[in-house]
Design a protein. Structure first.
Length: 269
């Protein structure tokens, strides 16, 4: 009895001295403990009134007792017990783990200081986890900032630089669109797929840089998958140029189209 009482005292003192950062680490455990306390408190009062003994007979798995009533705590309120709306996890690809460690300070600084969110790296699940602080769970602005932070970290995991990914936090009309080269032409296999990707990149990345400068976008080529960041109209222009290259158009023809497009964009501004 003495050992069990000592263990209970330590848990209560630990809960009293938990800081905001430590609370994030034991967030799930606190909800489970509070739910257990509530069920224990209500079970003593409801036993005499609501409980009815089950009928005698063989009890099979999956069938409920006919005489047992369902307590309110059996129907969990999703808004109170489910933290998914205030929490996101972004998986870290193997090829971006080193870059994440190098750029970690530049990633968490705008999320913590500007967006007022909490972020950590879960090394066991290999995920970057972001959540809304407990004192701002009902703030709609915090939920909006959580979506921005998720898009920012996801763009970095895709392959964009931190400087380019910050545009998703600063501007509201910037998006990321992804598509596969095989979706454009299903017959691309083996060397044909490699040549199509080489036409998009060009020698030393010259074609890709030309598309980015002409359409004011950012392009990332990850194997056979292509990611484009920019405004909605500019993404469509960059995608049409990339599709022409995948279908076999020579870079010279695409350059001429891009010159016309860039001239139109300059006239708009």
């Amino acid at each position: 009895m003495s050992s069990s009482m000592e263990a209970g005292n330590t848990t209560t003192t630990d809960n009293q001295t938990i800081t905001s950062d430590e609370q994030f680490n034991v967030w799930g455990n606190q909800e489970e403990s509070t739910m257990q306390d509530e069920t224990n408190n209500t079970s003593s009062t409801d036993n005499n009134n609501d409980f009815k003994p089950a009928k005698s007979g063989k009890v099979t798995r999956g069938k409920k007792h006919l005489g047992q009533k369902k307590t309110p705590y059996d129907r969990k309120d999703k808004k109170e017990t489910d933290p998914k709306s205030n929490f996101v996890g972004i998986r870290v690809p193997g090829n971006r783990y080193t870059a994440l460690k190098t750029e970690w300070e530049q990633i968490y600084t705008p999320i913590v200081e500007k967006l007022q969110l909490q972020i950590r790296m879960n090394t066991k699940q290999n995920k970057v986890e972001i959540r809304v602080p407990p004192n701002k769970e009902t703030d709609p602005e915090a939920i909006k900032n959580l979506t921005k932070a998720r898009d920012f970290v996801t763009a970095f995991m895709i392959g964009f630089t931190v400087e380019d990914s910050l545009a998703l936090l600063r501007l509201d009309d910037i998006y990321v669109e992804s598509f596969d080269a095989k979706d454009v032409k299903r017959s691309l296999q083996g060397d044909h797929l490699s040549r199509a990707i080489a036409r998009i990149a060009g020698k030393g990345g010259a074609v890709k840089f030309t598309i980015e400068n002409a359409t004011k976008t950012r392009v990332v080529i990850a194997d056979a998958r292509i990611h484009i960041m920019g405004s909605f109209a500019n993404i469509q222009l960059a995608r049409s140029a990339i599709v022409d290259l995948i279908l076999g158009s020579p870079p010279g023809v695409v350059y001429n189209k891009l010159r016309i497009v860039s001239a139109r964009l300059k006239e708009q501004f």
